[in-house]
Design a protein around this ligand. Structure first.
Ligand code: ADE
Length: 304
């Protein structure tokens, strides 16, 4: 049995939102208890790299949310927009993200995983304020050559990991709706002008992850040349996608573009996060979860 999971499924025809009954052991940190059963409802694991990105959603879970600490991370279990969710701050970097994804899957029985965060633009047509939804992800700093081809994950025989097509399509649609409906009201004209955000758009394509914050013109140019298909760069997504691939769990990643990965990338990062990106994450995830609750029957519409 997994944390926060009673083993009961949602009773047929029940009107009340299902609240997971929590066994006593949940308060013990680092208890490793796992079981994936086909009969359990799809619980969505939601990961973010930074606190401000999850704060609004934790608040929206309300007082019924339960928090469990495992491996120095707080996992919030509760209902959001009609979906059973586990929300966690993954922290920064591929190791942190991979460890958190494993815990979500093995201890919290997440049946799908969504990652929300920021990224630096790599492709020249991707601009600050745009949203990139991953179709494929790879680790741009992985290089075990000459033993294995550059970028290939040793022993997995692949460099690129696919996001779940159905979840990606839903996220891209929700991001477009957020930019049309929510963004104009939540982010003032002055803030938009301050950060140079002008009529932002949504892109779907390849995201590159690595354990470095890219903030120099030469670095981003080298990345662009080596991997011309890459739209943006961040520090976690491909690690999560690899873990989800290994466990056969559908995943999706979306990123708000905070910078151009050049010399000015770090300058307004915190301000952008607070004044712009935190609205994006919450606005897109709320729409996504509402759509998910309405359209995705547990275990059916998502591809593994
Ligand atoms: N996340 C946001 N901006 C980034 C950058 N320039 N490099 C890596 N990760 C990022």
């Amino acid at each position: 049995m997994s944390i926060g999971q009673s083993g009961d499924s949602l009773p047929d025809g029940a009107d009340e939102p299902w609240q997971p009954a929590l066994p006593d052991y949940v308060s013990k940190p680092d208890t490793v208890v796992s079981a994936l059963t086909a009969a359990t409802p799809v619980r969505i694991g939601i990961m973010a790299a930074l606190h401000d990105e999850v704060a609004a959603l934790v608040a929206a879970m309300g007082p019924d949310a339960r928090v469990h600490t495992v491996g120095q991370r707080d996992y919030y279990v509760g209902m959001l927009m009609g979906c059973e969710c586990v929300l966690v701050l993954a922290r920064i970097g591929k190791v942190a993200a991979a460890a958190t994804a494993v815990t979500l899957i093995r201890e919290f029985n997440a049946g799908s995983v969504i990652f929300a965060g920021l990224a630096g633009a790599v492709a020249t047509h991707v601009r600050v304020g745009d949203v990139v939804v991953a179709r494929h992800l790879l680790q741009h700093d992985l290089n075990a050559s000459p033993l294995f081809p550059r970028y290939e994950v040793p022993l997995l025989g692949r460099s690129h990991f696919d996001a779940c097509e159905a979840l990606t399509t839903m996220l891209a649609d929700c991001a477009s709706r957020y930019l049309a409906e929510g963004f104009p009201h939540e982010v003032s004209a002055a803030t938009r002008q301050n950060f140079g955000v002008d009529r932002p758009s949504v892109h779907v394509g390849t995201i590159a992850s690595g354990d470095c914050f890219v903030n120099d013109v030469a670095g981003v140019a080298a990345l662009r040349q080596a991997l011309p298909e890459v739209l943006c760069v961040e520090m976690e997504g491909a690690a999560v996608a690899q873990i989800c691939h290994e466990y056969g769990i559908p995943c999706a990643v979306f990123r708000t573009i905070s910078d151009r990965a050049d010399d000015s990338a770090g300058v307004d990062f915190s301000a952008f996060l607070k004044q712009v990106a935190s609205f994006y994450s919450a606005g897109i995830l709320r729409r996504f979860l509402s759509a998910y609750a309405l359209t995705v029957a547990p275990g059916t519409a998502v591809s593994r």
